[in-house]
Design a protein around this ligand. Sequence first.
Ligand code: NDP
Length: 271
Amino acid sequence: GREISGLTRVFGILADPIHHVKTPQMLNALMAREGRDGVMVPFQVSSEDLPTLVAGLKRMKSLGGFVVTVPHKTAIVDLCDEVSDSARRIGAVNTVRREADGRLVGEMLDGKGFVGGLVAAGIDPKGRSAYLAGAGGAANAIAFALVERGVSRLTLANRTRAKAEDLAQRLAEAYPAAAVEIGTSDPSGHDIVVNGTSLGLKDGDPLPLDASRLSPGQIVAEVIMQPEETAILAAAKAAGCRTHPGKPMLACQLDLMADFLGMRALPEAVR
Ligand code: NDP
């Protein structure tokens, strides 16, 4: 088996709590498959201590980078030396690479993973209309990724309307030509319908949108991974829609993280 040595590149995942994360298992398996001499370990850190830890990580020469998850995705933005345009607009970062000179470069891959998962399943949002329920962290990233991919128009609907309006405004500032509007719970008239809320995680949750308005020909996609078939996906199937589960978003995101963090490259000597 693989052994950790003085040459091993170290990667972390920052979260609080952290016991539930699955990213280390998956990226460690990926590095093993790729023959990469690296290891990802959990770094549990409170919001209060995040700046201190990150300042230390900047100086850790054997660090390749880290994944960032709840509750740090927003706070990490200003702790990076550089973030991508889309991550800055979304206001969140979930993957940070440490460059040889110690610079921390942040990227947000949630939305790109969602779109990549769709494309891999043969569903390219480019030129199609999309309806997105939600305006939280996942929905923000997905909305930007859908517009970046070139949807013909995007309708946003959220329980707290002000959050959807704020998202629409940031999209309009970044992409003045994009057709973005605020909708109701009715997803009819859209090619791709996305649940970007957390509704469906728990038994008995209300549906995130009005399923009686779904019709055959529509594709209904989910961000929730567990349960595999949420109530809205079951309702969509019953309405004759094609469904797309939450798992491919994660699978694609892990690939993007591995690329961004250089986990497929050959081992390098510790600098
Ligand atoms: P947030 O807390 O940031 O956002 C939650 C969203 O759900 C908001 O739009 C919120 O509306 C809405 N919502 C919550 N409860 C209700 C309710 N009772 N009625 C109506 N709307 C409600 O969460 P995230 O965006 O971070 O996560 C959302 C989901 O995405 C989670 O289930 C998470 O597991 C999943 N996810 C999946 C990923 C994957 O790779 N597959 C990656 C990242 C996240 P409001 O604004 O009104 O509160």
